[in-house]
Design a protein around this ligand. Structure first.
Ligand code: ADP
Length: 488
């Protein structure tokens, strides 16, 4: 048996395959961009066949680099969560486009269900809220609008992206790991099973759903790469990142600043209940036992920098934001509330619109860019307060994602949160977490705690800002946010 771990990371904008040694060394990486389809405003789709073909090609490249399938001990899969795929169990072919987590087509439906009083029960069962973000209303919409799905009857398979990839890799296995299943709004996160009441509410065909399984184990083998390779690890991307950041004890917290920002605090074996509009979610399931996390999902983070660069032309590159932020002593009174896709946690206001305020003739682009970066710490500060009120106070924030290459941003987070911020040298924590799970699943590690040694060295940012300046910044943000949120 080989000793390398192969990870397939099927993300929102690209699919990557990465090869790891058991000590965490990354031995290779292959990335392919995924086409984004926007059929109408608010609609986001992916071609599920493309997700598969890119994943297969990237994985094949890594198998070749490893020197053959025999050199690989196990495959770990991590993926964009909530995105939902429809396919035929018999042919394995996709029957419709994948509806992506960012898609808002079910906003009205969610509103109607909320009006009808369904949110409290849904939250009690799933730990989630009624928002188009989660898969269930997307499935309901697809069953109503895409007749080919009903036409195939019991041949229909529905699943999140890891489920789709496993089906194709193994030639027929239909499973979903508990972290991904917990994001569908169809799973009872206490029992780890599909909930019949929710299946009825959303009109989901029961037989189309996968079996819910652990995050590590021997799920099946792929024979596509010359010799069998066991698939031994699976988790949704944010849960994988938390594992890759070694968030294995209650209170351990990671924040990933990519396209959006996702904060998870590990809460241990007891399922948390949020009273401050955070999500309760499954951190992992191993040996049938679940560990839980509280999550705050912020829809706009790095995409704000992309927007300033590509649409407003204020930046030539994302990295330039750092030099610009440093070029001015402060934000010059400018506040930016990045509600470009509504506001997620802890506000949950899909209809909110972004605002740049406090402009005058001495405002330059550097002030606007600085205000954009500052908004990351401001939003995180609001999340930190919500987590603390829910009994999950942070002691240190482990950061990752494309944005935290920005040292100014990492320091600003430490300053505004008045907290130690830890950034690992190897920032591909999502892939690393999937490798850790695969390592546990194939018996290379006895436990996740043992696998956590793969994380390696970290860099620390200590808070340096005085209380007065922090208060001044936060009161400016709260005023601007108040305008965006409006009266209720
Ligand atoms: P994802 O995995 O969600 O596709 P990444 O983790 O790769 O995203 O992060 C990419 C995002 O980070 C982009 O939106 C980009 O604008 C932002 N970004 C990259 N480098 C920097 C930087 N130096 N400063 C600020 N933002 C950055």
């Amino acid at each position: 048996m080989g000793d390398m771990l192969l990870v397939i990371d099927a993300g929102t904008t690209s699919t990557r395959a990465m090869l790891f040694a058991a000590d965490g060394t990354c031995l290779g990486s292959e990335q392919r961009d995924l086409t984004q389809h926007y059929p109408a405003p608010g609609l986001v789709e992916h071609d599920a066949e493309q997700i598969w073909s890119l994943s297969r090609a990237a994985a094949a490249a890594m198998v070749a680099q490893a020197g053959g399938a025999g050199r690989i001990a196990a495959i770990g899969i991590t993926n964009q969560r909530e995105t939902i795929v429809f396919w035929s169990k018999r042919t394995g072919r996709a029957l419709a486009p994948a509806i992506v987590w960012q898609d808002r087509r079910t906003a009205e439906f969610c509103g109607a269900l909320k009006e009808a009083g369904h949110e409290a029960a849904l939250q009690a069962t799933t730990g989630l809220l009624l928002d188009p973000y989660f898969s269930a209303t997307k499935i309901a919409w697809a069953m109503d609008h895409w007749p080919q799905l009903r036409a195939v009857g019991d041949d229909l398979a529905v699943g999140t992206v890891e489920s789709w990839l496993v089906h194709r890799l193994t030639g027929g296995l239909h499973v979903s790991d508990a972290t991904n299943a917990s994001r569908t709004a169809l799973m009872d996160i206490d029992s780890g099973r599909w909930d019949d009441g929710l299946i009825d509410l959303f009109g989901v065909p029961r037989a189309a759903l996968p079996e819910i399984v652990d995050c590590a184990g021997r799920f099946g083998e792929t024979i596509l790469f010359g010799a069998p390779i066991p698939i031994c690890g699976m988790a949704g991307d944010q849960q994988a990142a938390a594992i890759g950041q070694a968030c294995t004890n209650p209170g351990d917290t990671k924040a990933t600043y990519g396209t959006g920002a996702f904060v998870l605090t590990h809460t241990g074996a007891d399922r948390p209940v949020s009273r401050h509009r955070l999500l309760s979610t499954i951190a992992w399931q191993l040996g049938g036992a679940r560990a839980y996390a509280l999550e705050g999902s912020v829809f706009v983070a790095g995409s704000l920098i992309q927007w300033l660069r590509d649409d407003l032309g204020l930046l030539s590159s994302a990295a330039e934001s750092e030099a610009l932020a440093r070029s001015v002593p402060d934000n010059g009174g400018v506040q930016l509330v990045p509600a470009l896709a509504g506001l997620g946690a802890p506000y949950w206001r899909p209809s909110a619109r972004a605002a740049i305020s406090g402009l005058n003739f001495s405002t330059g682009r550097a002030h606007i860019v600085r205000a954009a970066l500052e908004a990351m710490a401001h939003q995180t500060s609001d999340l930190m307060a919500a987590f603390a009120s829910d009994g999950a106070a942070w002691e240190c924030l482990k950061v990752d994602g494309g944005m935290v290459a920005n040292d100014w941003l990492a320091q600003d987070l430490a300053d505004m949160l008045n907290l130690m911020v830890e950034r690992p040298h190897f920032v591909e924590t999502t892939a690393l977490g999937a490798a850790m799970l695969a390592g546990v699943g194939c018996g290379c590690f006895a436990s996740l705690a043992e696998a956590a040694a793969m994380r390696g060295q970290v860099e620390r940012f200590e808070p340096r800002m005085g209380e007065e300046e922090r208060e001044r910044r936060l009161s400016g943000w709260k005023a601007a946010l108040g305008h965006v949120l409006g009266p209720h």
